[in-house]
Ligand binder design. Structure first.
Ligand code: GDP
Length: 195
């Protein structure tokens, strides 16, 4: 787990990004996938990332300092929320595309998917986009505790097939509730960004 974590700032656009060479890991996923919970679990804090704020409302990148300047965590707004307007969807797309394609600090994207469900078109688009831009992905399957034992391998297979998952990427199944595979996720993240 993180040795230290602290919120730095939110940014609505490029002018708010931090200018230095600290590596960044960006966290992306559909609204409600368990992204805030996963970040809070990694940080061992109840409210580092806000859980259950109105999904899809915040259109900001949130920057966090991790392990006293070792790297930054960048929390992206959840996508796929049906009730946001088209203009907000466009705004989100532009901001994310800008960050994911031009941010030199970006070393890794941690993408979360819900282990219970087949990936949506939004998930497929996001993963395709990351792969098309040669971004290393750490895929976190959430809510492992909700699966019956006989569903685990089957659901992982369906998710990987639907996304055309790159076998060079790492896939880890977690439970935020039962704190399963949290250390494994942290270790994989550190290994992938080499800090
Ligand atoms: P976000 O919108 O992706 O940030 O999702 P949240 O972290 O707010 O989680 C959405 C809902 O899923 C909340 O009710 C969480 O308590 C629940 N949740 C998150 N992770 C898990 C998990 O691993 N297991 C279970 N059972 N519920 C989870």
């Amino acid at each position: 787990m993180f040795k230290q974590s602290e919120f730095i700032k939110s940014a609505a656009n490029k002018s708010g990004w931090i200018e230095d060479t600290t590596p960044e890991v960006c966290f992306v996923g559909r609204s409600n996938v368990g992204k805030s919970s996963f970040i809070n679990t990694l940080a061992n804090k109840k409210k580092l990332a806000k859980v259950a704020n109105t999904p899809g409302k915040t259109r900001l990148l949130n920057f966090f300092d991790i392990n006293n300047g070792s790297f930054r965590l960048v929390d992206a707004p959840g996508y796929g929320y049906a009730k946001i307007s088209n203009s907000m969807k466009v705004e989100f797309g532009i901001m994310m595309e800008d960050y994911l394609t031009s941010r030199e600090n970006l070393k890794l994207v941690c993408m979360l998917v819900d282990l219970r469900h087949k990936p949506t078109n939004d998930d497929i688009q996001m993963y395709d986009f990351l792969k098309a831009n040669n971004i290393t992905v750490l895929m976190i399957g959430t809510k492992l505790d909700k699966l019956k034992r006989n569903e685990i391998a089957k659901n992982e297979k369906l998710i990987k097939e639907t996304l055309e998952f790159d076998q060079n990427d790492v896939f880890i199944k977690v439970s935020n509730l039962d704190k399963i595979n949290i250390k494994e996720s942290y270790d994989a993240l550190i290994r992938l960004i080499e800090v």
